[in-house]
Design a protein around this ligand. Sequence first.
Ligand code: C2O
Ligand code: CU
Ligand code: CU
Length: 482
Amino acid sequence: MDRRAFLKTSGAGLAGLAVTSCGGGGMGGGGVSLQPSLNTGVFTRPFFTPPEMVGTAGAAANKVFDLTMQTGTKTFTGQGVTNTMGINGNFLAPTLRVSQGDALNLNVTNQIGQETTLHWHGMRPPSDMDGGPHQPIAPNTTWNAAYTVNQRASTNWYHPHPHGTTASQVYAGLAGMMIVDDAETVGLGSLDLPKTYAVDDFPVIVQDRDMNADGTFAYSASQMEVIQGKKGLTMLVNGVIDPVLDVPAKEVRFRLLNGSNSRIYTFQFGGGITFKQIATEQGLLLAPISLTSITMSPGERAEIVVDFTALQGQAILFQDVSSGISLFKANVVASTIAATTTPATLTTTLVPLLRNQAVRTRPFVLSMGQGNVYINNKQMDINRIDETMVLNDIEILDIQNTSNMDHNFHIHGAFFQLLTRDGGAPRAYETGLKDTVYLPANSRVEAIVQYSQATVAGAPYMYHCHILEHEDAGMMGQFTVA
Ligand code: C2O
Ligand code: CU
Ligand code: CU
């Protein structure tokens, strides 16, 4: 559909949202009036690429990262000042860039005035370095997470995970990307993929916010917002509303992250441009998959490559089909770097797990009732272990959403591959290694997993719905691996 038609649909999309947002959303927090979507379809603000942080050399060949979680302010629209949180900045965080085999030393200082944690979503640290609810960081103290990167090249992220208060802290701006490289993706003989950060390789962190007229975020965590999940009317990309980006007329890689609390997006490019997906959350696919759109629930990542070679001089919109909002504009300009050709084979080191290797099936039932959210009819209890996994076992996770609302499922310290969705094949774009999977209302997936990381005593791993309001409301459980 053309841009004008798309903007028209966009009006309808927003009207639909208002109806489902409990009372039309007249008032935000503090009685200030809630603004309608601030996305205008006109792109005037420069696209922001979070600075890359590669760490400094420490003792014993460590890579040291000093991260300060802090409060700040940001002016998103010029209309008012918003109180925010960020890491080494006012909103969001630097992109941490690490390689397989690196010994990381992450010093996390809490200056946000309340207890927090910092979780490395998609990374596979030992469970006592995971940054989940069992590793709280008190205000004005520093937590040191030390671990060796032991996983494939992948696009991960980091965000707070304190018991019961994750949603509001992420909403305030605490989230960043964490990119892992390996021998297949960088260095001598690596794949011919776009890989120059901020030139032909861009993070795209998509988030939604509700803003009040005075510029403050409208986040009340009311019962309604908790049950439905907080969905904002204004979309941001890397913390910017309506950004415009110059892209070179060559292949360009976008590392997509749904960093929203609750909103589910279906991304596409204006004009129905075909793109290639090259990676799911936990790394490269066996071969690129051609797509015209991709649906992503909170916490999911996907790496895609768009070929802009023949589009110099054109402006291409990146859009969310579900809300009808265009998220950023890409102006295709002359390229100053060498062309790349995404190869037909992306990895030779990925060996998919097979159903007949599994030794058991483990059910997870996501349900709702009387205004509560449950997994296996239980709510999170930080003093209870819900599941005990056996180290190195391969098993099938039978994950079922029996409610009429959307959820998803994320597991720490492990990764999985989908075997089925609703009894049939998984969607084309979710066939690789994953750690988070979307479960629309009344749906079911089977995923195969192997537990390769034993848990440390007193530090279980988590599984949970990544709709953060649901997570905070108890849609989470704990497991050990031994
Ligand atoms: Cu992204 Cu347990 O979280
Ligand atoms: Cu996680
Ligand atoms: Cu949920």
